[in-house]
Design a binder for this molecule. Structure first.
Ligand code: BJW
Length: 228
């Protein structure tokens, strides 16, 4: 890898072959759930039970899935690469951690955490959440929500991500459709900084024209082939 500073962006496609559903593919989550109902603060305010059911189901599924060759290849890249490295995932699953990635930020949150809308604290969340749960920090009932970033909310760690994008000389985007901002704009920010940009995805994404190079196929094949 002839780079000194790498930023990798991952999306749902990297976890698809582990058995985690994507969003916008034909069999994706948005085919059976309305975004407005389960992925907006307004949807949560209207029907918190429905939103809890959606995320509880996805949290339970994590017990039955495992990292695949693409997650493992990125963990190995991080371990062996001598320069700056940051893995930015839009995914709320924990497959990158389980593969061994450490220089990792979850810009859209994590299924394994709950956020108290009353005190703002984050707490570990290994089991189902409900509207009856009490925050272990402020003791207020009924304010715990999944610690995920919904439409209209500000993604996490944006300062760290933007600093890394400004410094990077290689930007790799993996398994993301390029529909959701600000992540979809990272390629342009990286290119503005002078980085080489590479897309690894099952098919050309929405933003494929912004990339210098693109390689299309299943992540378990194209990611190890590119990074190893
Ligand atoms: C494979 C594969 C295999 C499959 N191998 N590949 C108008 C214009 C521009 C922006 C806006 C606008 N109106 C509103 C906005 C902003 C809005 C937005 O982007 N809307 C768009 C829909 C237009 N964004 C926001 O509101 C964000 N916040 C924000 O902008 O704050 C202001 C701000 C401004 C400037 C700087 C910073 C902040 C928040 C977005 C929150 C998104 N939340 C979700 C849910 C999170 C929790 C959860 O998981 O439920 O995040 S939505 C969902 O989409 C989830 C994902 O992380 C995200 C991206 O999806 P992803 O990962 O790309 O999945 P898919 O399914 O779309 O694609 C999978 C890809 O994999 C496909 O291409 C497949 O081909 C491929 N694939 N199998 C390789 N085996």
């Amino acid at each position: 890898m002839k780079a000194t500073s790498i930023v990798v962006l991952t999306g749902a496609g990297i976890s698809a072959e582990s058995g985690v559903a994507t969003f916008r593919d034909g069999d994706g989550l948005w085919a059976s759930h309305r975004i407005e109902d389960v992925a907006t603060p307004e949807g949560f305010a209207r029907a918190p039970e429905l939103v809890h059911t959606f995320y509880n189901g996805r949290r339970r599924e994590l017990a039955d899935v495992a990292p695949n060759a693409a997650h493992l290849a990125l963990a190995k890249l991080e371990q062996e690469f001598k320069g700056d490295f940051l893995l930015v995932t839009q995914n709320i699953d924990d497959l990158h951690e389980r593969a061994g990635s450490q220089k990792l930020v979850h810009m859209h949150g994590e299924l394994a955490k709950a956020l108290c809308a009353n005190c703002g604290n984050r707490i570990a969340c290994a089991s189902d959440l409900s509207t009856d749960d009490v925050c272990s920090v402020c003791s207020t009932p009924g304010h715990l929500r999944p610690d995920v970033v919904w439409f209209g909310e500000f993604p996490y760690k944006m300062n760290q991500i933007e600093n890394a994008l400004e410094r990077c000389d290689l930007f790799i985007s993996i398994g993301t459709s390029g529909n959701v901002y600000p992540a979809a704009g990272f390629v342009q920010q990286a290119r503005y900084a002078g980085a080489r940009s590479v897309e690894l995805n099952l098919e050309p994404s929405e933003g494929v024209d912004y990339f210098d190079e693109s390689y299309h196929g299943p992540a378990t094949l194209v990611v190890p082939a590119f990074v190893e």
